[in-house]
Design a protein around this ligand. Sequence first.
Ligand code: C2E
Ligand code: MG
Ligand code: MG
Ligand code: MG
Length: 292
Amino acid sequence: KAADSAMYQAKERGKNAYYFYEERINAIVARKHTVSNALRFALRKNQLHVEYQPVVNLCSDKIVGAEALIRWNHPELGKISPAEFIPIAESTGLIFPVSIFVIESVCRFISKYRHKLDDDFSVALNLSPAILKQNFLLDKIKMYLNQYQIPAKYICFEVTENTLMNEMERCIQTLNALKQLGSKVSIDDFGTGYSSLSYLSKLPVDNLKIDRSFIDDILHDTNDTAITLAIISLAQSLKLKVIAEGVENQDQRLFLQQCSCEYIQGFLVSPSKTDTAFMMFLREYNEHCNTR
Ligand code: C2E
Ligand code: MG
Ligand code: MG
Ligand code: MG
């Protein structure tokens, strides 16, 4: 009898687990549906904008660049993270208009503030694999550079490690063309993918960005410390610059400085800000770099 009852309970638990699982799947599907429908109108309704997160040179303690990060504020759904909607944009084709919007926004930003930016200031722009493959990408970029009258050296294109390794031939062509224009190229989220180290030396890249997941615990997880040190020394051997992402506290910053990591980005310096807020922050920060 006890066995029967135990069996019954297990069955019920199984059923509940099943329904729970099904409910969760339904909720995920429904949310994707809602977000992708809303994204169709986001551009037209001016719900998207680009923000800028500073990149700091650890030697000079100056802001030397920024990463452009897309933001979406929906009137009913609230703020939706790019980590959620970029993959949806990629699977629905909306990544094309969205990417073009970011490219134009970045060009407009640079042209508007160029007189206040150092000559070697650069804005990092994330490119999805889907758009990196398109032939029209290069023409669009050239068109906006021309329209806003800015040199390509002000833009640095970021692609993730796996994108590069999966679509080697095509990526190399496009990235070479972008470098020919005068732009720089970074490998984003480095360390999380599966680069072949021998290919790395042949790729047209200038910078490696150490993924935030290694920086989080860099002081306490000896594996993360080891990986970070290995990336920094790899970058030095290949004459690439290295940027640590997701630096949140002073201890991480000091440690990275001791490891001769050249650049950092993260909440310690600042989260992303709107263009005007960024420009105010930039002025303040660089004015006080000698007094900090
Ligand atoms: P990512 O390119 O690796 O960008 C860095 C992400 O880390 C950003 O998240 C940034 O806000 C966040 N971050 C920066 N510092 C810190 C920190 O100190 N602590 C923590 N916890 N997080 C930090 P965000 O803006 O949510 O973007 C997420 C991802 O979405 C980006 O990762 C990028 O892959 C993608 N993304 C953002 N904007 C664009 C875009 O315009 N185009 C494309 N294709 N992808 C974009
Ligand atoms: Mg990035
Ligand atoms: Mg990254
Ligand atoms: Mg990341």
